[in-house]
Design a protein around this ligand. Structure first.
Ligand SMILES: [Fe+2]
Length: 187
C-alpha cells in the first residue's frame, strides 16, 4: 500500500469577512509607493513600505493565522509583508524566500477566470520519469490565503489580462524550541 514518508505542508484559508477587510487592505496598500526596478517584472512596495503594515495585516488575519498555527503546530511571527501588482504581461521568475519558516500569499484583487495562482515546483523529481512537477494550489479565489514552506520554489505566470492581479505576500518565522533558540538567557 502507499506509505508516504513526507508531506508538502501547505495550507489554504478563506479570510473571514473578506469584503469588509478587502476595503481596509486596499486603503492601506494603495497609499504605498510602487516601484518596478530593472530586475522586477512586476510592481511592488517591498523596498518602499518600510514594513509599515505588518502589524495591521497580522491583526487582520488573526483567525486564519491562529488556525494555521494550530494545524501546523508552530508559533509564528510575521516578519515582513509586501504587496505585488501584476499588470498585463507582468510575471515573477522562480524563487524561494528562505530555508525555513512559512510564507503566505493573500489574493487581494484576483479574478480566477483570467488570473492564475502562484505555481509551485515540487521539491523532488517524479521518480517514475525524472520530471520536475509543477502544481497550482487548488481553490484559489479572491480573499484566499495560501501558506507554504518558505523554501518552496514558486513563480507567477504572465498576467495575460488587462485586469490587475494584486497579492500581499508575507513571511512567517516560527519560534524555535528553547533548546534551539539563539536568544539564550544566561541568568
Ligand atoms: Fe515569492
Amino acid at each position: 500500500m502507499k506509505t508516504p514518508l513526507f508531506e508538502f505542508p501547505s495550507y489554504r484559508y478563506l479570510v473571514s469577512d473578506w469584503e469588509f477587510k478587502k476595503k481596509g487592505i486596499l486603503n492601506r496598500i494603495n497609499k504605498q509607493k510602487y516601484v518596478r526596478t530593472k530586475l522586477q517584472t512586476f510592481l511592488t512596495d517591498r523596498q518602499t513600505n518600510n514594513k509599515s503594515y505588518v502589524h495591521y495585516l497580522a491583526e487582520l488575519l488573526i483567525p486564519e493565522l491562529t488556525e494555521f498555527c494550530q494545524e501546523a503546530g508552530v508559533t509564528c511571527q510575521m516578519t515582513d509583508a509586501w504587496c505585488v501588482k501584476y499588470q498585463k504581461g507582468d510575471y515573477q521568475t522562480t524563487h524561494n524566500h528562505r530555508g525555513w519558516g512559512f510564507s503566505g500569499v493573500l489574493y487581494v484583487t484576483y479574478d480566477h477566470e483570467v488570473h492564475t495562482p502562484t505555481k509551485f515546483v515540487a521539491p523532488w523529481n517524479d521518480p517514475r520519469n525524472d520530471c520536475t512537477t509543477l502544481a497550482y494550489p487548488p481553490g484559489i479565489t479572491e480573499g484566499v490565503l495560501f501558506i507554504a514552506p518558505s523554501w518552496a520554489l514558486h513563480f507567477v505566470e504572465p498576467n495575460e489580462s488587462r485586469k490587475e492581479r494584486v497579492v500581499i505576500v508575507f513571511d512567517l518565522l516560527p519560534k524555535l524550541p528553547d533548546h534551539q533558540s539563539i536568544n539564550i538567557d544566561d541568568k
